[in-house]
Design a protein around this ligand. Sequence first.
Ligand code: AMP
Ligand code: MG
Length: 427
Amino acid sequence: MTQPSEQSAFRPTPQDKPMPLAEARARIVDAITPITDIEQVPLPAALHRVLAEQVTAGVDVPGADNSSMDGYGYRAADAEQDGATLHVVGESLAGHPFVGRLGAGECVRIMTGAVVPEGVDTVVMQENTRAEDEQVVIEKRPAPGSNIRLAGEDLKAGATVLAAGHYLRPADISVLASVGVSEVSVVRRPKVAFFSTGDELRPIDGPAGRSLAPGEIYDSNRYGLAALLSDLGMEGVDLGVVGDSREALRDAFAEAAAYDAVVTSGGVSVGAADFVLDVLGEQGTVDFWRVAIKPGKPLAFGTVGNARFFGLPGNPVSTAVTFIQLVRPALVRMAGGVPADPIRFALPTTADLRKNPGRENFLRARLVTHAGRAAVEPVDHQGSGVMRSMSRSDCFIVLPAEQSDVPAGEIVPVEPFAQTIWGQPDE
Ligand code: AMP
Ligand code: MG
């Protein structure tokens, strides 16, 4: 059962030094043990899953030399200049190969994807020929060997199609189907529990028509977190709103301990009603609890039971920023995937940026065209409680910790919201 908080193993103090983001990220990702449970799923259900085992090609792709054009197949030696006339002896259609071998001066009409008959080494596109009864005139010869796709040029039988740890996207499903794979082994999805903390929070599905009582706010983080999790293809389990008391948190932690990961928001600082760190120290372990970013300084990383614990700050923008920067790569690794390095590029800012040295800043911004060139425009209201700033943005301007104010026109690092999250495993 619950223990008295006096036995708490962890005592956060305001003097604890925030960890640089890159260090926190590496530390979190390194601490994660990937899930190894395997599920067999039919190929159509494998989208957005992570391959548990490498897939090897059982066949060549393409399976035979075939034409990449509609036209005529012949031997290059039979048409040494433009205007050569060849005798049409048959046709090869996709799925209906020409049976037989070509003799001297002969050609076949051939369609895209049709098998190239024995003896043919070149295909001329139909637009460069003129048909005359049983004959065809090659008006403009292609280089010998043209317009033929060679057997196995995409994949050779025995080659690795996709490596273990590959996150399956639509193109991957298509590639797997091209080698005849109908079922794949994928990693079990992480089960991620999440809850909000705060006595002020009202769920949006409360009694209809009841207006907010003084001091109440709607619990937006829980819905935002659920959306961030489903965007990642994860199974989120909603544990609701937990009040600001040790007892309530102890119960919630006990329930959460059975999952692979727990993500919470709020109550993680050193305020009078912030008990998350306390209870995490009692019932689990605290690895670190402060990261040098803005928004988002308080962030508890640790364990509770079998679960990895991520206690995110309560201000909605801080919750989202810390999830994207720290929880998302951790969950990708937990899911058996490879967290991609964030993609950043450099653009001029259209406006002055305020910045105090100390913490890495994630300003919400938009990619724009300014005077005919790509640029980045910060949105108004950068407060960590102003979620509209994030909703109206499509990228972060990322200012390094030591940076101070930036004048308009300076080049700044930009991290788009839409980017590669699942990296490619080594083959
Ligand atoms: P905390 O991290 O608990 O100190 O909360 C910081 C700020 O975020 C306070 O203004 C809270 O009311 C607000 N907040 C905390 N949790 C949520 C939530 N789930 N949804 C919306 N706002 C929240
Ligand atoms: Mg709170």
